[in-house]
Ligand binder design. Structure first.
Ligand code: FE2
Length: 286
């Protein structure tokens, strides 16, 4: 095991995922995804099938939108007890546009797609070469709801010490070498007690150019990393964002690849009723 691809927050955006898979597959030996395979976008089945059929070893975990789509699928088909392991999830805490897309995505799912979502764990713990790895969508914690919905942002949203304490304060991650999260859709990378890089926060509508270093090294130190989002970045750069870790040279590279946003809009217009295509809907979806 030498190189590992790290992705998160695909959000049913197959145009973005396809470009990333084409680029990454011959450069890595395994793939990690920190959840939110579905929700927001319009191609949930294509995204799930690409991830199910992926040709390399994979390490996936559950995201809050995976939970939401699974919830709507169970409701739609009247699957009794299909949701009893996820009682902490509260639909009334979700924004209306996201709820609309839970339903929309759920209607597209096959039984095989549903089983993929159902089998995703709240977190994964495994080894890659000499390194121990913990991956969860939101925040590492013994509280299941935190794993799914609690954001772990980097500075300046919260002080660096708080980010590190939250990530490493849980007994399950205290001595872990590589902690991976998603959910914020914003990249950051912390090496032991220093933040080495992060994307400009929050303003995905400003088109501000993200001034972000592309490569870091991590000789022996513990790291905490968010690769950003494949399908819906929120850091001022709409390109599909991901990372590659080279365990041999101890290097991390961050990448952002362009894809056809025009095709995304075309399929959105075909699949989504005009009644929900208002500006606030688009603002949240994409
Ligand atoms: Fe997400």
């Amino acid at each position: 095991m030498v190189s590992v691809g790290i992705i998160s927050d695909i959000h049913s955006n197959f145009f973005a995922l396809e470009v990333v898979i084409d680029y990454i597959t011959d450069k890595i030996d395994a793939l990690i995804c920190a959840g939110d395979f579905v929700g927001y976008g319009f191609q949930p089945t294509e995204c799930i099938e690409a991830m199910l059929d992926y040709s390399l070893p994979t390490y996936y975990c559950l995201g809050n939108h995976d939970v939401g789509v699974r919830y709507e699928y169970c409701k739609h088909l009247g699957i009794k007890g299909g949701f009893k392991d996820l009682k902490f999830f509260q639909l009334d805490e979700v924004r209306p546009a996201a709820k609309t897309m839970f339903k929309r995505n759920a209607k597209d799912l096959s039984d095989k797609n549903y089983r993929f979502l159902k089998n995703l764990p709240l977190h994964r713990d495994f080894r890659l070469g000499q390194k121990s790895v913990h991956v969860t969508h939101g925040t590492p914690s013994k509280n299941e709801k935190d794993n799914i919905v609690r954001y772990l942002p980097a500075p300046p949203i919260q002080p660096l010490r708080q980010t590190i304490d939250l990530a490493q304060g849980f007994s399950g991650t205290k001595d872990v070498d590589i902690i991976i999260v998603g959910h914020t859709h914003q990249r950051f990378y912390i090496n032991r007690d220093r933040i080495q890089g992060w994307s400009h926060i929050g303003d995905r509508y400003s088109n501000k150019k993200v001034n972000y270093p592309k490569e870091f090294s991590f000789p022996r130190d513990k790291i905490i990393l968010n690769p950003g989002a494949i399908g819906q970045p929120r850091d001022g750069d709409p390109a599909a964002s991901f990372a590659i870790i080279d365990l041999e040279s101890s290097k991390i590279e961050f990448h952002a690849l362009q894809y056809s946003r025009k095709k995304f809009y075309q399929i959105a217009k075909q699949k989504c009723a005009p009644s929900v295509q208002n500006s606030s809907f688009w603002e949240i979806i994409f």
